[in-house]
Design a protein around this ligand. Structure first.
Ligand SMILES: Nc1ncnc2c1ncn2[C@@H]1O[C@H](COP(=O)(O)OP(=O)(O)OP(=O)(O)O)[C@@H](O)[C@H]1O
Length: 245
């Protein structure tokens, strides 16, 4: 069953075609990755999906419903969660308060319920001992986990992650991989991951979409993508050897 779909998306910035006729389909509980070189259009695609950018042409469909022109907050309430490339947390709030701002977007919870839902997600993310800590006292890796917890506090059906492993050390990447695997297994959450860390992508993704200069140049399983000559020459490189999985 398809939960999220982008159909024939075109997006221009002045003379630059950031996306040209791009399609993306995500099934319930599926782990999808979008990869490609810098400037390929990956973040633009995420922005179109979440409503931060309006496509010039094409449609975004969530759970069978066209949401192409819907405001971002309404999309979040409809089940679309996201994190950002450069993690965005509120520096003056503590961990619990940051996560509560995510849960609050649902708009239907009392303050006590907001706390309860947020504490649940915080525990799931392994952040319970940090709940009352100021964000500034946390390591960069923990802060990124808080951002993930905040996106989850809205109970998304689809979670969009923009380079969640950027700046993390290898131990933190392993932890992130474990958490994401757990989330999928436990909640049937569909995940769309933009990531340059190919080890992580090849470990997690069931289906990979490859963008180059705003066009989709390939789509397939990790094994298919790693053997695709167009992908090797545009992104993974001639010398690319099967990712360390
Ligand atoms: N708001 C904007 N205004 C003008 N040009 C933009 C805007 N956002 C993106 N672009 C351009 O669109 C193209 C695609 O950018 P995008 O950030 O989507 O690429 P990306 O694949 O996410 O790259 P990276 O891996 O470096 O994050 C780039 O050439 C970028 O400069």
């Amino acid at each position: 069953m398809t939960v999220l779909e982008a159909r024939n998306i075109h997006k221009r910035y002045g003379g630059l075609a950031a996306l040209t006729d791009v399609d993306l389909t995500v099934s319930k509980g599926q782990f999808v990755a979008v990869i490609g070189p810098n400037g390929a259009g990956k973040s633009t695609l995420l922005n179109v999906l979440t409503g931060l950018a309006m496509p010039d042409e094409g449609q975004v469909v969530l759970g069978g419903r066209a949401i192409t022109r819907m405001a971002t907050n309404r999309r979040i309430r409809a089940g679309l969660g996201r994190t950002f490339q450069h993690g965005r947390v509120f520096p003056r709030l503590n961990v619990l308060e940051n996560v509560m701002t995510g849960a609050a977007i649902r708009g239907d919870l009392s303050e006590a319920a907001l706390r309860e839902v947020s504490m649940e997600v915080i525990a799931q993310m392994g952040l319970a001992e940090d709940a009352d800590e100021a964000i500034g006292s946390l390591s960069y890796g923990r802060r990124r986990m808080v951002e993930l917890a905040r996106a989850l506090a809205c109970r998304p059906q689809v979670l969009l992650l923009d380079e969640p492993a950027a700046g993390l050390n290898s131990g933190e990447v392993d932890q992130l991989v474990d958490r994401l695997t757990e989330l999928r297994a436990r909640h049937g959450l569909a995940i769309v991951l933009i990531e340059h860390n190919m080890g992580m992508v090849m470990r997690l993704a069931e289906r990979i979409f490859v963008l180059n200069f705003g066009c989709k140049i390939a789509e397939g399983t990790p094994a298919e993508i790693q053997a695709d000559p167009a992908v090797l020459s545009a992104y993974l490189g001639e010398g690319y050897v099967h990712a360390d999985v």
